[in-house]
Unconditional design. Structure first.
Lengths: 181, 79
C-alpha cells in the first residue's frame, strides 16, 4: 500500500520532499553543502537582494549616470540576469545546500537539527530588525521614493528585496554558520 | 546583539569507541537511535551535547550504561 505523502501547509513542504532533502547524499548538488561553497552562495544571494533593492533607486541613478539607450539596455540585462540567478536560482540552491532545514517541520527533524533550525530563526529575527531600521532610515533620509511609479524611484523593488530577504534569512544563517549539513 | 556561540559545558563521550567495537557505522547507529547520521558525527566530536533521552537511547543501542558512555570530565585514554 502506498504511504500517503503528508503535506505541511504552514511550512509549505511535503513529508517526502523534506525526507528526500534530509537524506540526499549522492545528489549532483552535494558540492554545495561544503561550508565554503555555502558561504559563497550566501554572499551571492545577499548581493542579489541588494541589487534588487537598488532597483528602487534606478530612475534617479539613471539620471545621475546619464545613461543613453543602449547602455541602459546593457545595464538592465546584466542586472536582471544577476537578480534572476542570485535570488531565484540562489534561493532554490540554498534550500538544497541546507537540506531544507529551515522549512522542515519539527517531527521530521532530530533534536540537534531542531536546535539548528530554531537558532537560525532567532538570528534571522535579529538581522530582520537591522534590515527594518535600514529601511526606515532609507525611507526618512534617503532619496524620495513611491510605489509602482514609472517616472520616479519605484519602491516596489525594495519591497520585493525585503520579502526575499525575509524568506531566505533562516536558510542563509544555517548555510553560513553550520560546519556540516 | 552578538552572533557568538553560547559556550556550553562540554559532555565528553566514548560513542565512537563503543560504536566501532560493535562494528557499526555512523549511519547504522543513527538509524538505531533515530537521528541524522551527521548528528552522530557532531556527538562523537563533542560539538553537541545530547538530551538525556538521546543519551539513554544511544547507551541502549551500544549496550552500555549512560555513565560509561558520557561524562562531564574527559575520559582517561585506554579506559
Amino acid at each position: 500500500m502506498l504511504k500517503k505523502n503528508k503535506i505541511y501547509w504552514l511550512e509549505g513542504v511535503t513529508e517526502k520532499g523534506v525526507k528526500s532533502l534530509l537524506n540526499d547524499e549522492n545528489s549532483r548538488f552535494s558540492w554545495l553543502r561544503r561550508q565554503r561553497n555555502r558561504r559563497v552562495l550566501v554572499l551571492f544571494m545577499a548581493m542579489g537582494i541588494i541589487v534588487t533593492a537598488l532597483g528602487s533607486y534606478y530612475t534617479g541613478l539613471k539620471q545621475e549616470l546619464r545613461l543613453d539607450g543602449s547602455a541602459e539596455i546593457v545595464w538592465l540585462t546584466v542586472a536582471v540576469l544577476f537578480i534572476l540567478f542570485a535570488v531565484l536560482v540562489g534561493y532554490s540552491l540554498l534550500r538544497i545546500a541546507v537540506r531544507g532545514l529551515a522549512d522542515a517541520p519539527t517531527e521530521l527533524l532530530d533534536e540537534r537539527q531542531v536546535r539548528v533550525r530554531d537558532t537560525s530563526y532567532r538570528y534571522a529575527y535579529q538581522i530582520s530588525g537591522y534590515l527594518l531600521i535600514t529601511l526606515l532610515l532609507l525611507y526618512f533620509f534617503g532619496p524620495e521614493i513611491s510605489l509602482f511609479s514609472d517616472t520616479a524611484n519605484d519602491g516596489s523593488y525594495l519591497l520585493i528585496a525585503t520579502l526575499f530577504a525575509y524568506a531566505s534569512l533562516p536558510s542563509m544563517v544555517i548555510a553560513w554558520r553550520e560546519r556540516d549539513i | 546583539m552578538s552572533m557568538s556561540r553560547n559556550p556550553e559545558e562540554p559532555v565528553y563521550n566514548r560513542i565512537e569507541e563503543a560504536r566501532v567495537a560493535l562494528g557499526l557505522s555512523r549511519q547504522d547507529l543513527a538509524d538505531k537511535v533515530g537521528v541524522h547520521y551527521q548528528t552522530i558525527g557532531y556527538l562523537e566530536r563533542e560539538e553537541y551535547s545530547p538530551s538525556l533521552v538521546l543519551a539513554l537511547r544511544i547507551a541502549k543501542s551500544l549496550n552500555q550504561v549512560v555513565s560509561e558512555l558520557f561524562s562531564l570530565t574527559p575520559f582517561k585514554k585506554g579506559k
